[in-house]
Ligand binder design. Structure first.
Ligand code: FES
Length: 117
């Protein structure tokens, strides 16, 4: 009988009181979500990586990062970075291994070599 009474009293609450109860929950959740989104955005911008960008640090002041090599100057073998994490970019320094481990990615270098090298 008491439960029935509580149920009836809750359903007879004025509509404004029910909306206030929802707002008490919804407003902190919205504020928390907005703060979380802001912090993630700050983190990504500090890393120099906007959404969709793969280059976080190499020649960021340049409109386009391009390297050109003459085939005759390559020698017997050259290993080029494709993950954009190498400290010796455009050459691979093995940084792709850490990147793959941290992200679950599977990137690796481009290896150019003479046929019999
Ligand atoms: S360091 Fe980038 S592919 Fe190896």
């Amino acid at each position: 009988r008491q439960a029935l009474f509580i149920g009836l009293s809750a359903s007879k609450e004025p509509l404004m009181m029910q909306h206030r109860e929802h707002l008490v929950v919804a407003v902190p959740v919205a504020v928390f979500a907005a703060a979380g989104g802001f912090l993630v955005g700050q983190y990504l911008s500090r890393r120099g990586c906007k959404k969709g960008q793969v280059n976080s640090s190499i020649s960021k002041d340049s409109p386009k990062v391009v390297h050109s090599f003459d085939m005759e100057d390559i020698g017997t073998k050259a290993v080029y970075c494709r993950c954009w994490k190498s400290k010796k970019f455009p050459y691979c320094d093995g940084a792709h291994a850490k990147h793959n481990e941290e992200t679950g990615d599977n990137v690796g270098p481009l290896i150019v070599k003479k046929r019999d090298a």
